[in-house]
Ligand binder design. Sequence first.
Ligand SMILES: Cc1cc2nc3c(=O)[nH]c(=O)nc-3n(C[C@H](O)[C@H](O)[C@H](O)COP(=O)(O)OP(=O)(O)OC[C@H]3O[C@@H](n4cnc5c(N)ncnc54)[C@H](O)[C@@H]3O)c2cc1C
Length: 423
Amino acid sequence: MEISGNGDQITADILVVGGGIAGITAAIEASEIGKSAVLVEKEPFLGGRVAKMNQYFPKLCPPLCGLEINFKRLRFNDQVKIMTLTTVEEVTGKPGDFEITLKVEPRYVKDDSPDFDEYVEACPIEVPNQDNFGIDMHKAVYLPQMAYPSIYAVDPSVVNDDKFKSWAKGCKTDIFDLDMKPETVKVKAAAIIWATGWQPYDAAKIDNLGFGKHDNVVTNVIFERLASADGPTQGKIQRPSDNAEIKKIGFVQCAGSRDENHLPYCSAVCCAASIKQANYVREQHPEAEIHIFYIDVRTPGRLEDFYASTDEDEKIFFHRGKVAEVREVSGSKNLIVAAENTLTGKITEMEMDMVVLATGMVPNSVECKPPVDAIMDDWGFLSSDTSSGVVGAGVASRPFDVAASVQDATGSVLKALQMMNRS
Ligand SMILES: Cc1cc2nc3c(=O)[nH]c(=O)nc-3n(C[C@H](O)[C@H](O)[C@H](O)COP(=O)(O)OP(=O)(O)OC[C@H]3O[C@@H](n4cnc5c(N)ncnc54)[C@H](O)[C@@H]3O)c2cc1C
């Protein structure tokens, strides 16, 4: 079916919710077998968590390699309608015949604005940069690297700020429309693919590991931003408390994961993510010692070689040990990592100048459930039972790395087609 309708009524074969790598893949794959898709993303830009990575394991290439090719496939694809700043409000109907109500938040920038980099430079208001976990600030009108669509967005918190309003009004060209209001759009679709991805487990809940208490304890997602050129330190990995060079760094695996008190499951990517991040440190600080504390190292399939080659590195040390505590050395911002060997029970303590917690992935569907009776497991991942008409894709259905998310998203299209044929 061709996409039909415009404005506030659209008809398509499939609605894809979530514009990360899984949702993008599902929409493109559907279109390439002749099905139309509406792809909705709650943020102003597509790309999801992958767009915020410094490099991908195992090849350690920038995420741009994977995303750019998909953005190209989307650019001239008239079978995929992209709707950013959009969420699902209501779903009625049944598999084969859903009516979905979408809410579209305003961008406050006119889509046909001329290139206005020079105006943005002069924007007097800055807001915490959420992509960098609020560590630094950015202009209230912003366009991240790799942004798709490449249209500036305005942080909604400033829209009623008098200083911002008067600056926006004074811009020579008529580029802002601060009176834009949220809109409602109805979509008729036969199937729904739910690809809303993940958020990091809240490390502040893991009391014994010191996040939020000690300056030099960060999480793996924050560390990824510290290593990124568009991160808060422009890619320079340094100790948060004093910007000092890293000499000895610890990576704590299973931080909250595989733990009945936090996340009982394995997030599948954290071991490879820490190995990747150890390589970032190795490259920037060749003299630094890197210590990885693990319960067991989980790097299945093609990731085993990545682990094996890193394990051979003379500056990277793997220690079997569940970390019981990270505490600050009194009078110093250094940290003691106390770990219990899971085979011998022996506890060792080592002093580090920075610690990275490998926290796991929590499905976003825990906070934002699909507004239909989609079947979910105890942890909020969508079940493979698709009788509700909703098919999970990517990390919405299981903890996956990018390659597996892409495969899962491709499979989700087949499941959606089967469902459409049945209905
Ligand atoms: C520290 C760390 C490092 C990693 N490094 C790597 C790596 O190097 N290589 C690798 O292969 N994998 C890596 N991963 C895993 C990788 O991040 C995931 O495989 C990938 O993000 C999965 O993509 P996704 O599309 O399923 O989810 P996401 O990337 O989370 O995308 C989901 C999208 O849905 C949107 N969304 C959420 N809720 C809604 C809603 N209600 N309505 C509309 N839109 C919504 C989000 O804004 C987002 O754009 C890493 C993971 C971690 C934790």
